[in-house]
Design a binder for this molecule. Sequence first.
Ligand code: SAM
Length: 325
Amino acid sequence: MSERSWDVAWQEALYGPDGFYRQPAGPAAHFATSAQGLPGVGRILARAVATLCRQYALSSIVEIGAGRGELLATLHEVDPALSLHGIDVVRRPPGLPGAVAWSTSPGGAALPDDLGALDGVLVLAHEWLDVVPLTVGEVDEDGSLRVVHVTETGQEHLGAPLGEADLQWCQRFWPAGEPGDRVEVGATRDRAWADLCARVRQGVVVGVDYGHERTDRPAFGTLTGYREGAQVQPVPDGSCDITAHVAVDSLDTSWRTRQRALLTELGVVARPAQHEMSRTDPGRYLAALAERSAGLSATAAQGLGDFWWFVREIGVRRQPSTSTS
Ligand SMILES: C[S@@+](CC[C@H](N)C(=O)[O-])C[C@H]1O[C@@H](n2cnc3c(N)ncnc32)[C@H](O)[C@@H]1O
């Protein structure tokens, strides 16, 4: 059975002609993100992004990896004056508000050729880098780091030793220890992120993803799959998503923080509902409870609150007092 290194098999499985992300159902059919599928959380996310955009005195947002435009539609509701543009590997999704522009991208680390010289924009990449394929390495019995190969049915074998550039990345960011330990070499994501940032002349690039730092790398990696709502073994045959957490500290950024801290600082997490309102205005009380509950989901420890927000500022400064709410 033919086998290829994980990065090659992964790229084909997600972005090839019949790739997972080209299928009509879209990501929401297979897994929930903050942007879609979690009641009330999309609105909190949209308010956070809109507030951050206004704090940088910007009024345009370009979203890379926009799925089927779910977050952009919510952003349009939250702040209709924002100019919005979504980019993903599929054609313009049906039902997207007419005011939202759309364009198509190759997928993975590759971005549209004509995306460039962006001026006065916030570029958002919400759960994009985790689906940018990377090299997976494993320490063999002699202590050498070797490239992990995979068949179409998901069986793995060790291939050649890691190349020099990937080895250097590992030495710096993810030193591997014992036989059987795995590394997910973030170099392709570092380059994809740098490429995205290089397309902005003035503005801010905001990435949001689950990730780790050198002090808490998972010894066996995080490579996994999702299909129809369930976490599954990652199999590169186009039938499931394939994802791995992002090494956030190897990216060239201006600052990074956890989602729970940023959403709280941006003032988009509702306070507890006042119980007295349950008698005076039960409808509003229920709405306040739902909003509070979504806020708790978006900031939960061991959950969405652990997401990293990593930001590269390009010729702009943030004025944290500005708020859209
Ligand atoms: C995990 S989904 C996240 C979708 C959406 N941002 C959300 O949070 O619900 C990743 C998305 O990134 C898209 N994607 C991957 N590489 C891309 C690229 N180079 N350009 C544009 N979109 C890309 C995929 O097609 C997919 O829709």
